[in-house]
Write a protein that binds this ligand. Structure first.
Ligand code: HEM
Length: 728
């Protein structure tokens, strides 16, 4: 260590420099970088340990990799030893003279994160799902049978168009080339691949100016239209209306910057994921066939929001496995703010330091056979991508991507629409994946698809039963996260008297409501007269529109003749849930419905208490029954107990003359199926899903029911007694 600055170094400074990955004399690791950055990172990590150095031409990187990179962030060492300001401040200036989130730290960073998590949330994207599908459908209609499309080029364009829909509700196609150039330059300069002087190139400056003019124009247009109500707020609307904890909005510069940043996220990052997904699907025909079946079935039911997209379980698993197997985000560059030692290796002040978790995605724990592409690993029961030590493609801790929900909506709808509407084959047929790194890895320009024509959808679109069950499951479960449930428990029950006004047209939007009991009517003042727009019942929700926008209410809601019991979620709580848990308002409604159902069950069955229910309910299987489904059939063996979460069921019994007579209608919180289980006799009535919406149920088998009885004091306990009383 003769070249260290002090003659007698302190023990830490005596640590050796990180080992340098083997490379060629002048070019270093340049060719490995360009050929396959993922392999280079994974192999260097395995051979050299968690801290190593790479070089590509004039670039020098110190990499902290794998689990150790994760721990570095978890321990807050990135905030202590690294700075991003110098690298990303310039990117922020390029995108509209704003402070750029990637370069921020501390309180300022947290403030941006909170605001951006709302603007880029799944909730905002959810309302645009039909448009996301339509954009792809319309674009793909231009492809002629026999034509070979260059996948990267086309999906990049589609990603851009999809983002524009959610960002401002229209195509900005005429500005595509300019937006792409601005994105490319900022990705490469921000990623420290190109030098800063590239920003001075006249063609770049001209493109940047045109894009800035365009974005400023959009902001002014929205400001001018702020009096009209956007039923479906865009990202731009939300960026303009979000407020921090002190009630402060983003500046117009920041609105422009963060509307533009999505061009990079979508056309650079997300398009690569889509291209890799298409490659894997076309290389795995069985998987492609199963995904097509799943998508066809979902489209037959209608895909209209985020929760419908989330029900595409196999496609979602393919997406997660693609993110693992083909990581696009290889690590963010930072500068070492001071000398420090990590895992025995010395990092010097000023070193470009990259924290890369990529090696984690090829670790054999928790990934069984990590070198194989296996979407099943991301499905129940394996769910390897959710396990401790799994790779986090969107970053970890306080630096995770704030647009995960948005990206998932765009990627899944894009692939779903392409595989559903088009028949295609690989072109050239023997194409094997080769990468191009610019600066992120993507399939090279030889990856093509030959369009065979539009797909015919005359075949039956019924999905295998297992899928359907899983889809139903996906609609309710997955959000049993204790943090979410804690937040939800803050929803306050409120009672309104008959005809009392719950919220008034023109009032500020400040809460979201779920109806627990009773009816409400929604009306609007039209030509000085109140016109009733809708009647809502128990289980329905209202009030989410305008909440993220800080807008005034667009209608008046009044309690019905019997009064109404509601759950109320304040705007702060709603924003917190949308930003931190990636939930959308329909998920919140379902979760509240579940809470309401268990509350009712507790009221109906005095032998049960909240703790017991909390322990037993996760064992119940959520199922969704379309209207008309026979849930139980009279005469069948009794094998399950059901709780109605939302919707209505009708209980009917067959008369001696052979006709069916309705004997009861059950709603939220009511239950059925206990009689046969208690007596061991076959079903004495049928139960059919009725009403005007699918019925959500929780089902438990005989063993689960026995546990419930046991928890309520056994066969002689108060629960069994209460159930028995109902039989008489
Ligand atoms: C497949 C697509 C994407 C991937 C894989 C991805 C990945 C990531 C990763 C790994 C980070 C953490 C960076 C760090 O360590 O500082 C990040 C941050 C971020 N991403 Fe994404 N991203 C994607 C798309 C998008 C899109 C479309 C947007 C915007 C519309 C976006 C907005 C952001 C923002 C604002 C941050 C900064 C978060 C912070 O510093 O706290 N990303 N992204």
């Amino acid at each position: 260590m003769a070249n260290l600055p002090t003659p007698q170094p302190a023990p830490d400074q005596a640590a050796p420099l990180p080992p340098l990955a083997r490379g060629q004399c002048v070019f270093g690791n340049t060719f490995d970088f360009l050929r396959d950055t993922t392999r280079l990172l994974v192999n260097s990590y395995r051979e050299l340990g968690p801290v190593f150095r790479l070089r590509a031409l004039w670039l020098r990187y110190t990499v902290i990799g794998g689990f150790e990179a994760r721990d570095f962030i978890r321990q807050g060492l990135d905030e202590k030893y690294l700075t991003r300001e110098a690298i990303f401040a310039e990117v922020g200036r390029q995108l509209g003279s704003a402070d750029f989130v990637l370069g921020q730290s501390g309180e300022k960073h947290l403030r941006f994160r909170r605001l951006l998590s709302i603007a880029y949330s799944r909730e905002v994207a959810s309302a645009w799902v039909p448009d996301l599908l339509e954009v792809v459908r319309t674009h793909a209609r231009n492809w002629k049978p026999g034509q070979v499309i260059h996948v990267m080029e086309e999906v990049q364009r589609l990603a851009f168009e999809q983002y524009c829909q959610v960002m401002c509700g229209r195509s900005l196609g005429a500005h595509y080339r300019d937006c792409l150039r601005v994105t490319d330059y900022n990705m490469n300069v921000g990623g420290r691949v190109w030098p800063f002087f590239m920003y001075r190139m006249p063609w770049y400056r001209a493109s940047r100016q045109r894009v800035l003019d365009l974005m400023w124009g959009l902001v002014q247009e929205r400001r001018a239209a702020s009096h009209s109500h956007a039923e479906r707020p865009t990202i731009l609307d939300t960026l303009m209306s979000v407020r921090d904890d002190h009630g402060q909005p983003l500046t117009d510069d920041e609105v422009v910057c963060y509307s533009m940043y999505g061009f990079a996220g979508s056309s650079s990052y997300m398009s690569r994921v889509v291209a890799f997904m298409l490659y894997e699907l076309v290389k795995h025909p069985d998987l492609l066939a199963q995904v097509r079946t799943e998508v066809a079935s979902a489209l037959a039911d209608g895909i209209s929001d985020a929760s419908d997209v989330r029900s595409l379980r196999l496609l979602q698993a393919t997406y997660h496995e693609t993110l693992r197997f083909h990581p696009v985000s290889q690590g963010m560059p930072c500068l070492a703010a001071q000398d420090f030692v990590y895992h025995g290796k010395q990092v010097r002040k000023g070193d470009v330091t990259v924290l890369s978790q990529v090696p984690m995605s090829f670790s054999s724990c928790p990934f069984h056979r990590p070198e194989q592409f296996e979407p099943e690993r991301c499905l129940e029961p394996r769910m390897e991508h959710r396990k401790e030590n799994a790779f986090h493609p969107f970053g970890i801790g306080h630096r995770t991507c704030t647009a995960m929900g948005l990206v998932e909506q765009m990627a899944l709808t894009q692939v779903a629409a392409l595989v559903h509407h088009l028949d295609f084959e690989l072109s050239p047929p023997d194409y094997q994946l080769r990468l191009t790194v610019k600066p992120l890895p993507a399939p090279d320009r030889h990856f093509g698809l030959r369009i065979l024509g539009p797909r015919s959808h005359t075949q039956a679109t019924t999905a295998p039963r297992a899928f359907l069950e899983e889809q139903a499951l996906a609609k309710v479960v997955g959000h049993d996260d204790p943090a979410v449930l804690r937040l939800l428990s803050q929803a306050s029950p409120v009672h309104f008297y008959p005809d009392e006004i719950i919220l008034r047209e023109g009032d500020p939007s400040d809460a979201f409501y779920l109806i627990a009991r009773g009816q409400v009517s929604v009306s609007r003042r039209i030509h000085d007269q109140d016109s009733v727009l809708a009647q809502l019942d128990a289980g329905d929700s209202f009030g989410e529109i305008g909440l993220l926008q800080h807008r005034t209410r667009t209608a008046t809601v009044t309690a019905g003749k019997e009064g109404a019991d509601l759950y109320q979620l304040s705007r702060g709580l709603f924003e917190q849930l949308v930003a931190t848990s990636d939930l959308v308002s329909c998920d919140l409604r379902r979760l509240l419905q579940k809470r309401m159902a268990s509350q009712r069950l507790m009221e109906a069955l005095p032998g049960l208490n909240a703790t017991t229910l909390q322990r037993l309910l996760p064992g119940f299987l959520p199922i969704t029954s379309p209207v008309g489904t026979v849930i139980l059939r009279e005469g069948d063996p009794a094998d399950a107990f059901y709780l109605v979460v939302s919707g209505q069921v009708q209980v009917t019994r067959r008369t001696e003359q052979g006709s069916d007579v309705a004997i009861a209608t059950l709603g939220t919180g009511e239950y059925f199926g206990e009689l046969g289980l208690l007596t061991g006799h076959p079903r004495n009535a049928s139960v059919i899903a009725t009403g005007d919406a699918p019925v959500e149920l929780l089902r438990t088998d005989a063993a689960g029911f026995a546990q419930l009885i046991e928890a309520g004091g056994g066969r002689d306990g108060s629960l069994a007694m209460a159930l028995a009383r109902r039989m008489n």
